[in-house]
Each structure stands twice: as C-alpha cells, then as structure tokens.
Write a protein that binds this ligand. Sequence first.
Ligand SMILES: Cc1ncc(COP(=O)(O)O)c(C=O)c1O
Length: 397
Amino acid sequence: MLKVSNRVTSMELSPTLGMSQKSREMKAQGIDVINLSVGEPDFRTPDHIKKAAFKAIENNFSYYSPIPGFVALREAICTKLKRDNQLDYTPEQIVVSNGAKQSILNVMMSVIDKGDEVIIPSPYWVSYVEIVKLAQGVNVFVPAGIEQNFKITPEQLEAAITPKTKAFLFSSPNNPTGSVYSKEELKALAQVFEKYPDIIILSDEIYEHINYVGKHESLAQFDSIKDRVVIINGVSKGYAMTGWRIGYIAAPLWVAQACSKLQGQMTSGASSIAQMASVEAFNGDQSCTQEMKKAFKQRRENAFDLLKEIPSFEINKPDGAFYFFPDVSKLFGKSCNGQMINNPTDLSLYLLEKAKVATVTGEAFGEPNCLRLSYATSEEIMTEAISRIKNALDKLN
Ligand SMILES: Cc1ncc(COP(=O)(O)O)c(C=O)c1O
C-alpha cells in the first residue's frame, strides 16, 4: 500500500505556521486580518548585512560550503561568544545549520536513542516536542504556570530526573512566555545538573538579544556543567534574519562532531551567501540589535498597558522575546451566539473570526489556559488589534 510513514503521520503540523497561513489566506480574500501569530521580527535585515550578502554573490561564494560552516563564520561565532557571553569556544565546537531549528534536530538525532527521556519545561516552543519524537525520545514535561512566571524550580527539575533522562531542553528568553531566567535561577538549575553528570543540556538562546532585564545569561557560564551544555543560537531573531536560515550550536567537541557527521548526510553546509551575511552580522556594527530591542521594549510597554485593562486576561509582563502569554481561562464557559469558548483554541478561532486577529492557542505550547500574542508589529497595529480583541470579548457572556 502506498502510504506516508508512521513517523510523519504521528507528527503534528506546526500550529504557529498553520495560523499564519490561515491569516494569509484570509488576507488574500481581501479580509483585513491583523496577524499576531507570527514568530519573527517585522524589521528588515540591516543594510550592512545585506551588503555582505551582495558582496558574497559578487565574489562567487556559490560553491558547497564546509559541512559545519565556513571557518570565518565559526571564528566570528567564537568571537561573539567571547565578546557577548565571556565564553571560550574553538571553531571545532561550532556547527552552523539551516536555522536553530535544524541545530536542535541535529543535536537530538545525535544524542538521543529510542526511549531516552528529554525533560522540557512547559510551556515550551512547539517544535521541541516533535523533534524529540522524531529522534524516538520520550518527552517529559515539567509544568510551570503563570503563578511561577512560567519558570521551573530546581526542585521540579530534580523530581523529573530518572535513570532514563538523557537531555534537558529549554529556552531563555522563552517562547511563548517571554520569561527570562536570572543568573541565580540558572545557577540553581546548574547545581541540580551537577549531581547528574550524564544529562546533556540544550540551552536555546535564540532570543538572546531581545531581553529587557539586562545582560543575557547562559547556562554554559557554569564551569561545573559547561562540558555538557549545548548552546543553540542563530541570527533569526536578533538580527531580523529569519529567512536567511542560519543557526548554530556551540557544543562539546563530541556533540559537534556527531552533528557535523549527521548534517553531512542530510543537508550539507548551510547557504554560502547566508553564511557570509552572518559573518557580518556577528562581526559588524552591533547597534542594530540594540535598536530593535529598544523598539520591541517600547511596543511591550504600550501593549502591556492596554492588555492589562482586559479583566478576563491575567497577564505577566514578559522580560524578553516578543510575545504576551495571558491566561485566558476566565473566559472558558462563555459564549457568543451559541459559539462556546471552552479552551484557548476556541478563543483563538473566535478572535480570528470575530475580531479578525490571528493569535496562537496556548495548547500548541503545552499550556491549556493561555493564548500567545506576538507584538512583533507596529504600535499602531497592535493598538488596533487589542481594541478589536476587547470588542470581541465584550460580546461573550
Ligand atoms: C525558542 C525558539 N527556538 C528556535 C527557533 C528557531 O529559530 P530558527 O529560525 O533559527 O530556526 C525559534 C523560532 O521561532 C524559537 O522560537
């Protein structure tokens, strides 16, 4: 029988991409939809980075690149890790891939065997779960609700560890919650990991530059565990380069070598042009990242002031990334013209239909009480979106 593999059949479609697709289709039909479901900066890639790509084309960077990435890029990443994070890595420890998403997949495929457990604090980024499943691992979720600002405690972490635990995967700043772990909080987690030397720690730092509470803190700063921390990062969010598809790992040598081996049979080296643009992103003027962060911060202030006026939303002020993640459970059980709201998926569909605002259900991120709203859009559009949401919510009773 001709059929799709069980592997792909059992996979969920990316709900964030699904929502963006739906709102694009509505837009194409002439419906004025505001899309707050997106997971990317609305800014343009900075000019100096674009120029580096033009130059790479002119200079015939048109051949296959080395599998783990050009040495120039891996050196630039090491320089960045030293400059921004005070971390020492050699180019051999860096593997560049087609976005941080592929980096996570590479690591999971390289370290997880069938039945190995991967601890993931919940809410989590949607793709983590499917990537672990692809690697035949078992997802073990550690729930952290709004009352603990969506951050797990060391006690929770320790309670989730079993003899089968192989890896831990989390992001700070976090998607979808915007929560940022402080240095002290990370240290407390590191102290737990010290007791379990066989656990590999994946620290997804893709939102490093969009952090409103101060310096970015990485779990790799703790020497006692650094030799089993894999930093995941890239240019997508901090440099407004989502479509360029460049991510990387900074990892123990054995993990880097395994990822490189895997990538050599799967995708080969990432786009040569995008890599040369990324060299400029890391080595060039860094003020663009600060300017974008400033704009996001301003948007956060405005939108937060408006959102906290919605009585049915319980909302934390996010410390990083560009998402709000309000608890909307007070709305469950309400309805409008027979349309019941029993969960955030119902609410998300209701808001799309009634308010023409696209959001993402918290269920996609493992949190059945919340809704994700991205504020990677102008203040004017955000203000209009919130006003539409308010009007639609007023119709529920
Ligand atoms: C937490 C998190 N990690 C990784 C990624 C993937 O980034 P990239 O575009 O580099 O694949 C995203 C993108 O939305 C994300 O939110």
